[in-house]
Design a protein. Structure first.
Length: 278
């Protein structure tokens, strides 16, 4: 695994994509302490905390292009396992967030490119200390405090090298999980969709399952409200409204808990319609 550590960079995703276009091998990584132009999903601005951590790794999965959409959940699962091993209690929030006790700790983003073959740039961005308040309302109908790694690993805010080592561990976890996922896809586990190889494990890391949720469009409007009833192999969630109607929604939406005493609105978006990511 070839690595680099920088106190600041423009965008860890762009750094990894540049390395991919240069033909660098899988496992090449970049760990940075801050980003001046960090990106979240679909180019949305990532607002750095006072003490952030961003880690990216170059992946070269042996899988059909049509299944690479599953790598963001795969990498999210890998990061949750690595953070738990480091002493951070956390879980997954559909589609790409890492949370602890319902508060947002960070996000995982994957972007594909081409250079000496198809590659995927995978990045995890985490709050170490002083997370922006704007994270609090992301995917939730009411404000919540954001979470920081410093609450569980206070030494990270004072030791850049420990931050760098954690970033390297996260990248190693993403690369390893990608290799296992690719092998499973090669053995036919992707027949039901790209999440097929990890769907059961992903369920276990998602505390919102069976809870009241709201799926949001990019402008904040609700696409559906009700109980989160399931996720399929393509990452589509099923939300059951108060009237019993099932809404199957693209995993490019964002989902958050909503109060149990809230009154659900009927879904105003046609099922099967395309959605943009939050």
């Amino acid at each position: 695994m070839q690595s680099s550590w920088l106190p600041e960079a423009a965008s860890v995703l762009d750094d990894i994509k540049t390395l991919g276009r240069e033909g660098k091998p899988a496992g090449t990584l970049s760990v940075v302490g801050a980003q001046s132009h960090g990106r979240a999903r679909q180019g949305h601005l990532w607002l750095d905390a006072r003490a952030p951590l961003a880690a990216g790794v170059l992946l070269r999965p042996q899988a059909p292009m049509g299944l690479l959409v599953g790598l963001a959940p795969v990498c999210g699962y890998a990061c949750v396992q690595a953070l738990k091993a480091a002493g951070v209690p956390c879980a997954l929030a559909w589609p790409n967030d890492i949370v602890t006790e319902g508060a947002k700790l960070g996000s995982v983003v994957c972007e594909a490119g081409y250079g000496d073959g198809v590659f995927v740039a995978a990045a995890v961005m985490l709050n170490v200390a002083g997370a922006p308040a704007s994270f609090a309302s992301c995917g939730s109908p009411e404000p919540r405090p954001a979470a920081t790694l410093g609450a569980f690993l206070p030494e990270l805010a004072q030791d850049a090298q420990k931050c760098a080592r954690l970033g390297q561990d996260l990248c190693a976890a993403m690369e390893g999980e990608c290799e296992r996922w690719s092998a499973a896809i090669g053995q036919g586990a992707g027949a039901a969709g790209p999440l097929g190889p990890i769907l059961s494990a992903w369920f276990d890391e998602m505390p919102l399952m069976g809870q009241p949720v709201r799926a949001l469009l990019p402008d904040g409007r609700a696409a559906a409200e009700g109980l989160l009833a399931g996720i399929d192999g393509w990452g589509r969630i099923t939300v059951v409204g108060a009237d019993g109607q099932e809404h199957e929604l693209s995993f490019e939406l964002q989902c958050g808990r909503w109060p149990k005493n809230a009154s659900p609105r009927r879904n105003s978006v046609r099922e099967g319609e395309g959605f943009s990511a939050v």
